[in-house]
Design a protein around this ligand. Structure first.
Ligand SMILES: [Ca+2]
Ligand SMILES: [Ca+2]
Ligand SMILES: [Ca+2]
Length: 210
């Protein structure tokens, strides 16, 4: 398996894109990849989040033994003019456990969708083996290094929003393929380390019926 992954940036030129001539090419690596654009540092400019799953014979053996996929991500900060810093701002690797019965991730997919401690930087939320909420704080101080873990049933899919209107983003976990699994809401009590202090409370009984 020799899959290659990279990100190409093509700017809109008066309504068209020159697909032969990218403005920038980033993250050329072996493996399967995907990219997202998100303002992870709250400066109004989009960052490029490059995700990659390395694929090789050794990786495949490791996957069968550990039942986890390696997921590597790099973040390139946005620059004026709509391009990105060629050197990554942050590089990290995660393990994504896979349920061999369903061949799906054991818990919800990793998400960079919210700033959970309201410090202005998006944070990463992962789901362990479907048995925990793991938060990696973002930003220049934390840089997704430290994991804060709380046990919880995290099998299913994730939505993040402020469900109780207190200003802190909460987690909602649901299982779309099984009607007998209740929706779970983990209310953020604002206890994570950060400017206003914090922790994510998980395992609350479902407030919303499936
Ligand atoms: Ca930004
Ligand atoms: Ca944050
Ligand atoms: Ca809330």
């Amino acid at each position: 398996m020799q899959a290659q992954a990279h990100a190409s940036v093509h700017h809109n030129r008066d309504g068209w894109w020159d697909l032969e001539q990218p403005e920038q090419v980033l993250g050329e690596t072996r493996g399967w990849g995907g990219d997202q654009l998100a303002d992870l540092d709250g400066d109004g400019r989009l960052e490029l989040l490059h995700l990659r799953i390395p694929m090789s014979a050794i990786e495949l053996i490791e996957f069968l033994v550990t039942r986890s996929l390696d997921l590597e991500f790099t973040i390139h900060r946005g620059r004026p003019g709509g391009l990105f810093a060629p050197e990554p701002w942050i590089e990290r690797k995660l393990q994504v456990p896979i349920d061999f019965e369903t061949l799906r991730p054991a818990g919800f997919l990793p998400s960079f969708a919210a700033d959970l401690n309201l410090d202005g930087y998006r944070d990463l939320v992962t789901s362990g083996r479907g048995d925990s909420i793991d938060v990696y704080l973002g930003g220049p101080d934390h840089r997704f290094r430290r994991r804060l873990r709380q046990p919880a049933d995290t099998r299913g899919r994730l939505r993040i929003a402020d469900f109780d209107g207190d200003g802190w983003s909460d987690l909602l976990i649901y299982e779309p393929t099984r009607a007998d699994v209740p929706i779970r809401i983990a209310r953020n009590r604002g206890a994570l380390p950060g400017p206003s202090r914090p922790s994510v409370e998980a395992g609350e009984s479902a407030d919303v019926a499936p």
